[in-house]
Design a binder for this molecule. Structure first.
Ligand code: F6R
Length: 600
């Protein structure tokens, strides 16, 4: 949450920063700002709203070779011009952008800054005022920065400008992501390589509690004791075109359409030369040595975990529990003797999941992260990582990462089963190939889903998604997709559970989207549909070929029954997409949300 950029070099930094912020908008988009430093001092431009709004107020005539920028997802203080970053110290000498949360900011205010008049409600202003205070007390800027950092409790990625220094951006990080990008006669700072990929693909990864002194031709990393740390840069494997919308009106639609391609990429990546699926043997040993898998995740990734449980238990015969990260961290269940923790996270940065990771590592348990982002915090900090290979997912609502998570979980289950000589009665490579083809058929049926969305959701305030077994888990995801981007109140329910209370909400015309892809519950879910229809509901049944009946609104192609969530979710994604479009909602950047949830 919140995105940071910085540039120091020979060119005008304005456009580089603004373009970078546009790429980071997925991290927060309620306000934005930049600070440009030139021979006349530091010029701050900030505005409530999107980067487009910020562009409107930036003075084109201000040229500066050094600058920092920020796009915000509000935590302390409402989204407003005054609360947006950059923040400045009272004298105006120091200017700071911050991503993260300082837990003890109020305490620091009372202990050190009683004489300071604050202009914003943010925790960030405390940091910049402390740096100024320590400089006024006689410390060098670097020492004042370091001393301030040692007093902060919480998470931060910071970039600091000093009006009296035209050669340096001071940078630091703890728990929030931050990279330094290396160029020829320039260097950059970014929360995500995506922001600066147009200027460099060489990056230095930063570790927690490191300070970086970034100059035009030099980058020095230190720890909080001042020891110099050497680090080899990595090449960001990002294609600039991966992060463009191309001809698509929205990233979400592009990402939905990319799912067949991602599926094929996953099959290819996880296959060896003999065509067998393969996974790092150490991960498979960790699976085999564990007596229970605990999947920890949030939101869509949690929903993927629920399906993953079916895969791992069904294929590898290993018991699995799935937990919401933010609950697990404070309310841990009794654990078995040899648990293996699997963290599922598209971004690899989710603070709730990280809090669990830190805790279970302290307890000495084994950990695996399944993520889309190599080098992300959860990936770095877990013992093992499996990558999704889905390519950057930019729309806030997750689509291709979900299906990629399911595919990787299925592969993990299959390889574990085979390592134990557990019979798997289908060929997963072949079945995933069928899935990729079926995905294509669904993506080619957009008009139908547009029509379904118009027919069932155009005027409603609420909607219910019902299913049984694994369909229920897909319904949870379908409901989340619909509510987060169209703001229609939507709930996913186990079909049989409706009559235990929720059926009271059914009125004339209430839309019910029912999934019927499982033979064993096909008749019972249809029975549940009849119960709500008898009370006036408007049913939209999506079934799988072979189980379909005359009244169904859409029939998805037949795939292996265990793997149906990989394709039954696509109608849900498209229905939600069109519902949002019909309501004129901002599909890619829904209100109040951010792509990467880096605060607990
Ligand atoms: C919804 C969505 C979120 C994320 C959740 C966890 O479309 O994307 O619910 O799934 O915030 O994020 P990650 O997967 O990055 O840990």
């Amino acid at each position: 949450m919140c995105g940071i950029v910085g540039y120091i070099g020979n060119n005008d930094s304005k456009e580089i920063l603004l373009k970078g912020l546009e790429k980071l908008e997925y991290r927060g988009y309620d306000s934005a700002g930049i600070a440009l430093r030139n021979e006349r001092g530091i010029h701050v431009f900030k505005e409530k709203g999107r980067i487009a709004d910020l562009r409107g107020i930036v003075d084109e005539d201000v040229m500066a070779n050094i600058g920092i920028g920020h796009t915000r997802w509000a935590t302390h203080g409402v989204p407003s011009k005054v609360n947006s970053h950059p923040h400045q110290s009272t004298s105006g000498r120091f200017t700071l952008v911050h991503n993260g949360v300082i837990e003890n900011y109020d305490l620091l205010k009372r202990e050190f800054l009683t004489d300071v008049t604050f202009v914003s409600e943010t925790d960030t202003e405390v940091i910049v005022q402390m740096i100024e205070l320590f400089v006024q007390e006689g410390l060098e800027v670097l020492e004042a920065f370091r001393k301030t950092l040692t007093l902060l409790h919480g998470s931060y990625a910071l970039a600091l400008l000093d009006a009296q220094d035209d050669e340096t951006i001071y940078v630091a990080k703890n728990k929030s992501p931050l990279l330094v990008g290396l160029g020829d006669d320039f260097n950059v700072v970014a929360s995500d390589a995506m922001a600066m990929i147009q200027v460099t693909n060489q990056y230095l990864e930063l570790m927690d509690k490191e300070i970086v002194i970034v100059k035009k031709n030099d980058v020095t990393i230190q720890n909080l004791n001042g020891d110099i740390i050497s680090r080899v840069p990595f090449t960001a494997e990002l294609d600039a075109s991966d992060i463009e919308k191309g001809t698509y009106p929205h990233y979400m639609l592009k990402e939905i359409d990319e799912q067949p391609l991602v599926m094929r990429k996953i099959i290819q990546t996880y296959q060896n030369e003999q065509g067998e699926l393969t996974i790092n043997p150490e991960i498979i040993s960790a699976m085999n040595e564990s007596d229970r898998v605990y999947i920890i995740a949030a939101g869509t990734s949690y929903h993927a975990g629920l399906v993953g449980k079916q895969f791992i238990e069904g294929i590898a015969k290993l018991p699995v529990e799935v937990h919401i990260a933010s609950e697990f961290v404070y309310n841990m269940p009794l654990l078995t003797e040899k648990p293996l923790f699997i963290f599922i996270s598209q971004s690899g940065e989710t603070a709730d999941s990280r809090a669990v990771l830190v805790k279970v590592k302290e307890m000495g348990y084994r950990t695996l992260t399944i993520t889309n982002v190599p080098g992300s915090t959860l990936s770095r900090e877990a013992e093992y990582t499996l990558l999704l290979h889905a390519g950057p997912e930019i729309a806030v609502a997750s689509s291709k990462a979900y299906t990629a998570q399911l595919a990787v979980l299925a592969i993990l289950a299959e390889v574990t089963a085979k390592s134990q000589n557990i019979r798997v009665d289908f060929d997963l490579v072949h079945e995933l190939g069928i899935i990729a083809n079926a995905m294509e058929v669904l993506c080619d049926s957009k008009e139908l889903f547009e029509h379904i969305s118009r027919e069932f959701l155009s005027v409603t305030r609420n909607a219910f998604f019902i299913g049984r077994g694994v369909d229920y888990y897909v319904c949870l995801e379908g409901a989340l997709k619909l509510k987060e981007i169209s703001y229609i109140q939507a709930e996913g329910f186990a079909g049989g559970e409706l009559k235990h209370g929720t059926i009271a909400l059914i009125e004339e015309g209430t839309p019910i989207i029912a999934l019927a892809t499982q033979e064993s519950v096909n008749l019972s879910i249809r029975g549940n549909v009849k119960e709500v229809v008898a009370r006036g509901a408007n049913p939209c049944i999506i079934s799988m070929k072979g189980l379909n009946m005359d009244e169904d609104s859409f029939v998805i192609p037949e795939v292996h029954e265990l793997l149906t969530p990989l394709i039954s979710v696509i109608p849900m994604q498209l229905i939600a997409y069109y519902a949002a479009l019909h309501r004129d909602c901002d599909v890619d950047k829904p209100r109040n949300l951010a792509k990467s949830v880096t605060v607990e």
